[in-house]
Write a protein that binds this ligand. Structure first.
Ligand SMILES: NC(=O)c1ccc[n+]([C@@H]2O[C@H](COP(=O)([O-])OP(=O)(O)OC[C@H]3O[C@@H](n4cnc5c(N)ncnc54)[C@H](O)[C@@H]3O)[C@@H](O)[C@H]2O)c1
Length: 682
């Protein structure tokens, strides 16, 4: 790839950005850049490699470069490995600005590849990404690539590929272009796939430090992140339905209700905005002053308080006046749970969104240490740090238990809080010793109300980068949802209504950060109708450029995750991952433009297999055919599995789908009589 320059002739007409993309890894070493302290950086990773393994990591990194540079780069990369625990190859970070440009600005032979380049750049945009220079989009470790050489090479491959080729991505490493055909995905992404027995947290640390694997989270390594909007939407519908669930029949479910949680990071920063949209009072604790201040300055949270007494007074006033307000507490969440209990502050709804999928490397800060002390200890005394985290989790759970005894509704919000608290020996287990005391948001809300009916985080990106296109797509989607609402059966009416309200308020709520993107929850019918209408509008010029369709992996079919997406599967199959694998294979031959399958994401390495897709709508008849086939499978695969697990909503939904699509024939379960079963195995 290095010496191959197929577009040489047209190069002279290109701008610097386009030339840089086509150059890939430059033959001459770029100037070494100073470490930029103006952006957030990933914490130093734990010391995990032996001396022999460090040499192996160095050899692995050097294989991207010609031998003439090895002497300089070996010294530099060795220093990075010692200093940061990883080799990021900072020198090769491009000089051009990193953001999603309009699709027409990418040098490419196919719009499909150009759209993928746009999505990659969005995931690395410093306004969007958590640690942009370490190529981390969110969640502390959600990587797009492991190092800058992989980025440069991937962009070069994308710029030169045709629709008769497919790019194979191995955990950020572009293995290369392989001949395929126009209906095949342009890119197939695998992230963090390992032999199952080698999936402990330390295995990830080691493979990642060696440069052979990465944690793709969900939408980071699959190029489908759309800034905090996705999680604002998910959190809004979760908070709204949690509030409705615990409200007494004659009271307003939202007014004056207090929601307490933690985290103002990549995803968790969406919580106060969702609290405001839902109409509650929210208090979000954030231990990192930079993160708390950033969210406050960006307008994601209304007020910032760092004094506990002041916080308690402020919250009592907001409760008395039934205000809609979001408050960031700059401090540790454990203190909030404990002090609110002492001060008699009643909490209606409680959750947690610290990064407990990554408990030992900066995801969770123990209450016993200051922020700086914690950062120092996790790198230099990891064993002691682990003890402090576990002690803090036990304290947090004990305080939460006191609140729930008084009536607080606590739910696990998919960050592995209950899992890690239980591993720390906290009092979070139910009497049967198998289940947790508290339900996850999927068990109580998202699963039975949304996933089981096929509702999931459908999203799109207007590749023109023009807000007008986004406005047009919003209008098309609203009209279709309203049309569908009239034909919807009773069990899905409220889901439709909440999403219509969401999309109508989306422009006003100014949710776009980075690319011109939108999210809403729709079922298979809704997704197909909206996608087909977009494709038609591109064909007739109403929308000015292609639209990328995708979804979060946090969905009906794409993810097998026993502590989150599939936590409401009760037939014993929640620890299997057939659904996610079936899904990605099925999407890939039904017309997805790119597909991805990941180990880790959300709840942690080894705890989940999740997959997703991207599809470029270009207004063509081929696209119309592909979207109908792929979206139908992408949703109904999961509904059929959930129905087989005897989930009531899914049995209803799959029977409805079979009535409408005669070619669909799904095995449905026969329910056994519990009385009969109980007679056996006494
Ligand atoms: N439910 C969902 O739909 C969903 C979606 C995305 C992510 N998640 C999960 O939520 C978690 C958070 O994701 P993120 O992307 O925001 O991660 P993040 O690492 O960007 O943010 C977490 C924040 O929590 C703060 N924090 C850690 N310990 C704290 C403590 N004891 N007190 C106060 N603040 C503390 C950190 O400083 C950090 O800013 C992850 O585990 C992620 O996997 C859930």
């Amino acid at each position: 790839m290095r010496n191959f320059d197929p577009l040489l002739k047209t190069r002279c007409k290109m701008n610097d950005f386009q030339k840089a993309i086509l150059t890939g890894i430059p033959d001459e070493l770029p100037v070494l850049k100073p470490y930029d302290t103006s952006v957030s950086h990933a914490p130093k990773r734990k010391e995990i490699l032996s001396v022999e393994e460090k040499r192996l990591a160095l050899k692995n990194a050097l294989r991207y470069f010609p031998a003439k540079h090895h002497e300089v780069l070996a010294a530099e990369f060795a220093e990075e490995l010692e200093k940061f625990g990883r080799i990021y190859m900072y020198r090769f970070r491009p000089d051009y600005k990193m953001y999603a440009r309009p699709i027409s600005e990418y040098p490419a032979k196919t719009k499909q590849a150009a759209a993928i380049m746009l999505m990659i750049q969005n995931n690395l945009n410093p306004a969007v990404a958590q640690h942009p220079h370490e190529l981390i989009t969110y969640g502390g470790n959600g990587a797009v690539f492991q190092n800058w050489a992989q980025y440069l090479l991937t962009m070069q491959y994308l710029a030169t590929m045709t629709e008769e080729q497919t790019l194979a991505m191995y955990s950020g490493h572009p293995m290369g272009l392989f001949p395929s055909h126009k209906d095949a995905p342009r890119v197939v992404v695998t992230n963090g796939m390992v032999i199952p027995n080698y999936s402990s947290q330390d295995d990830w640390e080691k493979f990642n430090a060696l440069g052979v694997s990465q944690y793709g989270q969900m939408t980071a390594g699959s190029y489908m992140y759309i800034g905090p909007q996705g999680i604002v939407h998910g959190t809004t519908i979760t908070v709204m339905n949690a509030a409705r669930k615990v409200a007494k029949p004659d009271e307003d479910p939202f007014k004056g209700k207090l929601f307490v949680t933690s985290g103002l990071g990549g995803m968790s920063g969406a919580q106060p905005k969702a609290g405001n949209i839902s109409g509650v009072i929210s208090v979000v604790a954030e231990v990192n002053p930079a993160a708390a201040q950033k969210r406050h300055q960006q307008g994601w949270v209304d007020e910032l308080i760092d004094d506990m007494d002041e916080l308690i007074e402020r919250v009592k006033k907001a409760q008395a006046d039934k205000e809609v307000v979001s408050i960031a507490y700059q401090g540790n969440i454990v203190d909030v749970w404990e002090k609110f209990e002492e001060a008699g502050v009643y909490i209606d709804l409680g959750s947690d969104q610290t990064s407990l999928h990554n408990p030992w490397a900066g995801g969770y800060y123990p209450v016993s240490l200051t922020f700086d002390e914690a950062n120092e200890m996790m790198a230099n005394n990891p064993e002691q740090f682990k003890k402090e985290v576990q002690d803090s989790l036990r304290r947090q759970a004990a305080a939460i238990n006191k609140h729930t005894a008084r009536g607080t509704y606590f739910f696990d919000y998919g960050n592995a809080f209950l899992l890690e608290a239980s591993r720390a020996g906290a009092d979070v287990m139910a009497e049967n010793g198998i289940d947790f005391k508290y339900k996850s948001y999927v068990q109580d809300i998202m699963g039975p109300m949304f996933f089981d009916y096929g509702f999931g985080p459908f999203r799109w990106v207007c590749t023109s980068g023009d807000p007008k296109d986004l406005e047009i797509t919003d209008k098309i989607a609203t009209d279709i949802l309203e049309e569908l609402m009239n034909e919807s059966p009773a069990p899905i009416q409220s889901q439709m209504a909440d999403n219509i309200q969401w999309i109508k308020g989306a422009q006003e709520n100014k949710l776009v950060v980075g690319s011109q993107a939108r999210i809403l929850y729709a079922d298979a019918k809704g997704r197909i109708r909206i996608a087909a209408a977009f494709n038609k509008a591109i064909e007739d010029g109403t929308i000015s450029a292609p639209v990328v369709l995708g979804r979060d992996h946090h969905d009906v079919s794409g993810t097998d995750s026993p502590y989150r997406e599939t936590s409401n599967i009760y037939d014993g199959s929640s620890f299997t991952a057939d659904m996610a694998i079936q899904n990605v294979i099925g999407d890939s031959f039904r017309g997805a433009t790119w597909v991805s399958i990941h180990n880790g994401g959300g709840v942690g390495w080894g705890e989940v297999i999740n997959g997703g897709f991207g599809m470029v709508l270009d207004g063509s008849a081929d696209t119309d055919r592909r979207l109908r086939s792929m979206l139908f499978w992408d949703v109904n695969n999961g509904i059929s599995r959930r129905s087989w697990a005897r989930n009531e909503g899914s049995v209803f939904a799959i029977e409805r789908a079979m009535e409408e699509m005669p070619e669909l024939k799904v095995t449905v379960p026969t329910l056994a009589d519990d009385e009969l079963v109980r007679k056996f195995f006494k």
